[in-house]
Design a protein around this ligand. Structure first.
Ligand SMILES: [Zn+2]
Length: 388
């Protein structure tokens, strides 16, 4: 499977100024190529056609053959992605403002957008912990990088293909692609069922909760600030809003990483697989107040699931998604199984109307997910019936 490893570059003053000159110049050039492409071909420029039109000029600006080729490819790829997004409806219907805006002007590249380097423009010396990289000031050699011993080992053993040069918060990074063999999925002894929910982001069938109160407070605070800013309707307020939205997304990703890491570690340690509900059900299975609904739709549950799936795969932990229907209304007692809306007297509690079994609603949902995974796994792995 493909993974990425990030290292921080530690350039000296001369190296830093070469990098600082190069990245914006590359992006400037990409924006120029993009304009040419848009004027001639709309959203349909190809590398071959763009090379005819732009290669000479790029060379004249000091880009080497490889660097020029990368710029052309990056522009063509950007339009391919845009076309796919339009086709897939990701920018809305043909009349939507977003889509019309995207179709009406060339793609522009931010001055510090990441740029891709392949092995001809970038080479790694793992022992010395340095790279040599192409820049507009010529090739920089002995550019030091810092990373953990684990990351260094992975780089040395598995790095393959392209790396991205990234400038973030005043620091330079390389994000390298590594290709590691996929670990074999072990035969699970049992399953951990995970319920993703509003009060607790993730609750396992073991009864463990992940996050909750403090996070809710954080998000309510963010929502209040957002409302204040929205009320202002000024340009600077809009910019602040955008910044805040980015910070929120980063925070959510951080929390999702932490939660998924813990869930996968527990499963791995106990030799169990992980089961999640398929997501489409999560929005309509409970009625919630307006405040709660805002929190539900704003939390990236899908991301949490994707992180768990990915980390499970990386660790060889079996992963299953099960049908989410009624997981929060069904009694988990094997001989009962009574399913009814009024098994949930309140949002947080479960009490079976038939057998009286009671417990926290999210733990019950987690147990139901686990039980569905148990039967699904048996079904998947049942040997084929002998031919008659
Ligand atoms: Zn029951």
């Amino acid at each position: 499977m493909k993974l990425t490893v990030q290292v921080r570059l530690v350039p000296d003053a001369v190296q830093a100024s070469a990098l600082e000159r190069t990245l914006p110049a590359v992006n400037d050039a990409a924006t120029w190529v993009s304009t040419v492409s848009f004027d001639r071909f709309g959203l349909k420029g190809s590398v071959r056609e763009l090379r005819k039109l732009c290669y000479g000029e790029l060379k004249a600006q000091g880009f080497g053959a490889q660097a020029a080729q990368h710029i052309l490819k990056r522009v063509a790829d950007a339009y391919t992605t845009l076309r796919a997004n339009i086709r897939g409806g990701n920018l809305g219907p043909p009349t939507s403002q977003r889509r019309r805006r995207a179709e009406s002007k060339p793609i522009a590249f931010r001055p510090h957008a990441a740029h891709t380097f392949d092995d001809r423009c970038l080479s790694w010396n793992h022992d010395a912990q340095t790279v040599s990289i192409w820049t507009l000031d010529g090739r920089i050699k002995n550019l030091r990088f810092a990373c953990s011993p684990g990351a260094l080992k992975q780089l040395a053993e598995h790095r393959k293909g392209e790396s991205d040069l990234v400038f973030r918060n005043g620091k330079w990074f390389l994000i390298a692609t590594i290709e590691v063999p996929e670990p074999e999925v072990f035969e699970p002894r049992d399953w951990v069922g995970v319920d993703r929910g509003i009060v607790n982001l993730a609750t396992t069938s073991d009864g463990h909760n992940h996050q909750g109160r403090r996070l809710g407070r954080y998000r309510r605070w963010q929502a209040r600030k957002r409302a204040e800013l929205q009320a202002k309707r000024t340009r600077s307020a809009a910019q602040l809003l955008k910044k805040r939205a980015k910070r929120e997304a980063r925070h959510a990703a951080h929390v999702n990483h932490k939660v998924s890491k813990t869930v996968v570690a527990v499963a791995q340690r106990t030799g169990r697989g992980i089961a999640l509900e398929e997501l489409q059900g999560i929005r309509d299975r409970v009625t919630v107040s307006r405040d709660q609904r805002a929190r539900l739709s704003s939390w990236p549950f899908h991301q949490l699931g994707a992180f768990i799936a990915y980390k499970a795969k990386r660790a060889g932990v079996p992963y299953l998604e099960v049908n989410p229907a009624y997981t929060s209304q069904m009694c988990p007692v094997p001989w009962c199984g009574h399913t009814a809306r009024n098994n949930r007297p309140t949002r947080d509690t479960f009490r079976c109307r038939r057998c009286g079994f009671a417990g926290p609603a999210d733990v019950v949902a987690g147990i139901n997910v686990r039980d569905r995974a148990r039967s699904a796994w048996v079904f998947v792995n049942r040997p084929d019936p002998a031919p008659v």
